[in-house]
Ligand binder design. Structure first.
Ligand code: NAI
Length: 473
C-alpha cells in the first residue's frame, strides 16, 4: 500500500468517467481507480489516441490526459480496486426494467446489486460505499443489508446523487450548484463517513454548497430534481401546441414568463422533446414508487410529464407528414442531429430515434447526419427501435458524412438536435440541391426562420405562427 487515500469507482460510464477525472484533477493526493466489467470501455479510456475516449464531453479529454497514469487509473481489475479502496463509488447503470415486476417503470437494480455483492465478497477492511447511480428511495438501506449481512466487515453507505448534465459535465462537476450527501446522521460511523466524503469535495467545492441530509431525502431529491426539470420542458411543449393554434410565439411567451423571478428562464425552450438516459427513466421510477405506495393520482401526475413528451414527438412527426402533402413514402428526408442534445455523442432516448422510427414506418428515405454520433450507434438505435430488420432498414436509411450530402435530393430537412453548426449552414446552397418545395422542420428552434422563408423554404418551427404555405390538417 502506498499510504495514499484510495478511491475506487465501479462503472466507467458517462458519470463514473467524468466524475472521477475531476476528483483526480482536484485531489492530486488521492489515487482514483475507475473499474468496469467492460474491457472495451476500459481500453477506450486507456487509449493513446485521445479521440477514442468512450464518451465525448468538452474538457474531458484534457482532464483525463493530465491525470491518467498519475493518480487516475482505468482498469478491469474490479476486485483489486475494491480491496485497496477506502471509499467506493458505485456509478453503474440503473436502466428501466424491461421485464418482470414493474417492467417499463421500475429501476433495474441488477447491476447495482451485483456490484454490492462483489464488494461484500472481496472487502476485508471497512469501506465507505457511495451510491452515485440514481436509484429508487430506500436502495441504500437494501444495499446496506446486503453488504453487512456477513457481519465481518463494516460498511457505511452514503447517497451522493450526481447532478451533472451531459454536454456540460466538466463545467457542472467543477462548479456544481450543490453537492448532496445523504447518510446516517444519527450514528458516529455515519457522521465519520459523511466527513470523509465532504473532505474530498471540499478540495474544490465551497463548504456552503455541500449539503447533508438523511439517506432517503438524498435519494428522493435526485428523482424529484429530474422531475422538475422535465416538467418544465413538457409544460412549455404543451404551450407550444397552443401557440401554433393561436398565432402566439412560444419563444415570446417563454421569455415573458421566464422573466418572473419566481419562475426563471432556464429549461423553458420548446422542442421536439427531451431525451437522455435519465429524465424518462427517473420519472417512471417516481411513477412506480408512487403506485407501489398506493398514491395512484400522484403517479398519474408524474406520468403525464413523460406522456406529454411522447405526444410532442408524435405531433412533430405529424407536422412533417401532413406538411409533405400527407405522404412521405419514398421521399428523401435529411435528419440533422441524432444525439439527444448538442455537445454529446449520447443517443439514449434521443428524440431523433423516435422521429426516425416513425418516418421509417411511413417508408420515408432518411439521410441522417450527426457531427459526433458514430455510424454504428445510429444503426444500433434505429434497428432496436424499428420493427424492420437491418436489411430492410438499409434500403431506407442512409448515414451521411455531412449536412450537404444529407440534403442532396431531400424534400425536407428535419432538425432533431440543436448543434451550433446547423445555424451556420449555407442554406442557399442547400436550397439549390433540394427538391422543391423545400421544407425545413426545426425541432429545436435554432434556425433563422425569417431568413429561410425569404430564401424560399417552407418552414415549420415548434410553437411558432404557422407558415401559410404549410399544409395542415
Ligand atoms: P453508463 O451505462 O454510461 O455506465 C455504467 C457502466 O457501469 C457501464 O460501463 C457498465 O459496463 C458498468 N457496470 C455495470 N455493472 C457493473 C459491475 N457490476 N461492475 C463493474 N462495472 C459495471 O451509465 P451512466 O450514464 O454513467 O449512468 C450511471 C448512473 O448514473 C445511472 O444510475 C444514471 O441514472 C446516473 N446518472 C446519469 C447521468 C447522465 O447524465 N448520464 C447524470 C446523473 C446520474
Amino acid at each position: 500500500s502506498t499510504g495514499r487515500y484510495q478511491v475506487c469507482c465501479i462503472g466507467a460510464g458517462y458519470v463514473g468517467g467524468p466524475t472521477m477525472a475531476v476528483v483526480a484533477k482536484m485531489c492530486p493526493k488521492i489515487d482514483v481507480t475507475v473499474v468496469d466489467i467492460s474491457q472495451r470501455r476500459i481500453d477506450a479510456w486507456n487509449s493513446q489516441q485521445d479521440s477514442e475516449l468512450p464518451i465525448y464531453e468538452p474538457g474531458l479529454k484534457e482532464a483525463v490526459l493530465n491525470t491518467r497514469g498519475k493518480n487516475l487509473f482505468f482498469s478491469t481489475d474490479v476486485d483489486g480496486a475494491i480491496e485497496r479502496a477506502n471509499m467506493i463509488f458505485v456509478a453503474v447503470n440503473t436502466p428501466t426494467k424491461k421485464d418482470g415486476l414493474g417492467a417499463g417503470r421500475a429501476a433495474d437494480l441488477t447491476y447495482w446489486e451485483l456490484a454490492a455483492r462483489r464488494i461484500a465478497k472481496i472487502a476485508k477492511s471497512p469501506k465507505i460505499v457511495v451510491e452515485k447511480s440514481t436509484v429508487p428511495i430506500r436502495t441504500a438501506e437494501a444495499i446496506s443489508t446486503v453488504l453487512n449481512a456477513s457481519g465481518t466487515t463494516k460498511f457505511q453507505i452514503l447517497s451522493n446523487p450526481e447532478f451533472l448534465a451531459e454536454g456540460t459535465a466538466m463545467r457542472d462537476l467543477e462548479n456544481p450548484d450543490r453537492i448532496l450527501i445523504g447518510g446516517n446522521l444519527k450514528d458516529e460511523d455515519g457522521i465519520q463517513a459523511i466527513g470523509e466524503l465532504v473532505d474530498i469535495y471540499s478540495h474544490w467545492v465551497p463548504k456552503e454548497k455541500i449539503i447533508t441530509t438523511n439517506v432517503w431525502s438524498s435519494e428522493l431529491s435526485k428523482l424529484v430534481a429530474n422531475f422538475f426539470l422535465a416538467q418544465r420542458v413538457s409544460s412549455i411543449n404543451a404551450v407550444s401546441a397552443l401557440c401554433e393554434s393561436s398565432g402566439a410565439d412560444v419563444d415570446e411567451v417563454s421569455m415573458a414568463v421566464g422573466m418572473d423571478s419566481r419562475i426563471g428562464s432556464k429549461f423553458l425552450k420548446a422542442s421536439v422533446g427531451f431525451g437522455g438516459s435519465c429524465f424518462q427513466k427517473d420519472i417512471l421510477n417516481l411513477v412506480y414508487l408512487s403506485e407501489s405506495m398506493g398514491l395512484k393520482e400522484i403517479a398519474e401526475y408524474f406520468h403525464w410529464v413523460v406522456r406529454m413528451n411522447d405526444l410532442q414527438k408524435d405531433r412533430f412527426v405529424s407536422r412533417i407528414i401532413h406538411g409533405l402533402f400527407n405522404t412521405v413514402t419514398g421521399k428523401r428526408i435529411a435528419i440533422l442531429g441524432f444525439s439527444f442534445k448538442k455537445d454529446t455523442g449520447d443517443t439514449r432516448e434521443s428524440a431523433a430515434i423516435s422521429v426516425c422510427q416513425r418516418l421509417v414506418d411511413e417508408r420515408a428515405n432518411l439521410a441522417i447526419y450527426d457531427p459526433k454520433v458514430q455510424e454504428a450507434q445510429i444503426w444500433q438505435d434505429i434497428t432496436a427501435a424499428s420493427r424492420m430488420d437491418r436489411l430492410e432498414l438499409e434500403r431506407l436509411v442512409h448515414i451521411s458524412s455531412n449536412p450537404y450530402e444529407a440534403s442532396q435530393g431531400s424534400h425536407a430537412l428535419v432538425v432533431c438536435t440543436e448543434w451550433d453548426e446547423f445555424r451556420d449552414l449555407n442554406f442557399e446552397k442547400i436550397l439549390g440541391i433540394m427538391e422543391k418545395p423545400a421544407f425545413i422542420f426545426d425541432g429545436r428552434n435554432v434556425l433563422n426562420h425569417e431568413h429561410l422563408r425569404k430564401l424560399g423554404f417552407v418552414v415549420y418551427a415548434i410553437g411558432k405562427p404557422l407558415d401559410p404555405r404549410l399544409n395542415v390538417v
